[in-house]
Design a protein around this ligand. Sequence first.
Ligand code: BES
Ligand code: MN
Ligand code: ZN
Length: 514
Amino acid sequence: MSHLHQLVLAVAVATFMAMPASASQYLNTEFEFTDVMPESGDVLVLLVPEGQAELALDDWSQATREHVARARGAAGFTGQANDHMELLAPVDLAFDRLILTGIGPVGGTPRHQAEEVGAALSQRLNAMDADAIVVSSSLLGEGSTEAGLTAYVAHGMDLRNYRFDRFKSDPSPRPSQTFVWHSENPQGAEEGYRLLRALAEGVFTARELTNLPGRTGYPEAFANHAREVLEPLGVEVTILGPEDVRAMGMGSLYSVSQGSDMKAHLLVAHWTGGTGDPIALVGKGNSFDTGGYNLKTDAASILRMHTDKAGGAAVVGAIQALAGQEAPVNVVGVVPLSINMISGDASLPGDVVTAGDGSTIEIGNTDAEGRLILADGIWYAREHLNARVILNIATLTGAKVGALGTAYSAIFTRDERLERTLRTAGELTGERVWPMPLDGYEGITRSRIADQINTGSPGAQAGAIFLEHFAGDTPWVHIDIAGDAFVAGSQGIHPEGSTGHGVRLMTEWVRALE
Ligand code: BES
Ligand code: MN
Ligand code: ZN
């Protein structure tokens, strides 16, 4: 090889290593994975498994070892998950600080716990004036579980670093750091991280869409935002406008926004990474929920109702993640988009609408709008996309919050496999689900004047049973994420505001199902 060729190759390799794993509008941090320990930096972080006897890297001097051992004894550091200890000016090391971060038992630390360790660590690092950060997971060993843990820690950092600052005149700068991940298995860690980076980008999109105020994230704007994010990844995006929605008979979807100038849309986003009939993800995209003529009268709860598009936002995020990962799956996202507002044209309580499948619905309460738009979204996935499985996800009922709080999302399904795979994906990602019953509520959505009514008691079950009708014979599961889409203050991997809840759950679930 000529010298020139060698040089070009060297430059190419160096450029690749220095690049962030993918360009992001949300993150400024750069990650590099290597088995070569850098000599110096601002901060050295050591990830420590629980029960580790000696806390030292191979090339450390005796003096460093003694310094760390004494400090460890003084701090009572054990390596439990989130155990933390810091040394300034560690003897014989060319780093200003040494941070020891407990990771819990290797092999026994769940993924979401490792992500939370990363989130907490990133908060500490952001609070310091540190640019060049080395994280060594050398003590974890070289297996794939260990490489995975490293990637989850890095992913937790990314997730925590999102922020919604598009309306700040003077946003505080995003953390801008260079991370070198020193590992016994840098390839494994990097491969894991690249998939998780794509997942994080999907979570960011879901958070962004959910955080948008009602009038900013109105149906058409939501659809266009999704298109801009998805098309460059090779996702086929189709947007049906209000006239299409009406012409195709989706009167139930149409009715929710008929009182607004911001009319109904239907977003269809198809990632064809695999063959066969698609898995359909149908998400409630209600840009704002005033309640309609059944107006929401509690000031605090109506204020949060821009998050009523969280299910739809999570579907967009999951499709983005799967496409970004180039997942070998055939999956289609369907987002019925509406805004539930009042005017001289708005639906009245007691009005009757006709859904895409030809069935009629009495609007017992204009505030039960989510099931009205999902009815047509689910039907569209079955009738026009030939879905083999339909999952729908929605901030559907206050009753769900009463039953489960926010520790679990509610799932409703008759399909044992769907229940089992969702529970597994929930345990893995920390977006946990709990099954609720569909049986035993005969007549719950019976209307005196139409085929169904959109109200009933108990509330979460009434919503689910109403929706089940539109899935027909297609295997179907409904996830009620009411309350899960927003945190008032930052929490673990979530900065304050929208959580993007459901993206990680659905992405893992789709991959596991296929
Ligand atoms: N978007 C709400 C549900 C909701 C409540 C989401 C709290 C997040 C937090 C939904 O459209 C709604 O208003 N549901 C009503 C239905 C009722 C009128 C039948 C409810 O649950 O009270
Ligand atoms: Mn409502
Ligand atoms: Zn709603």
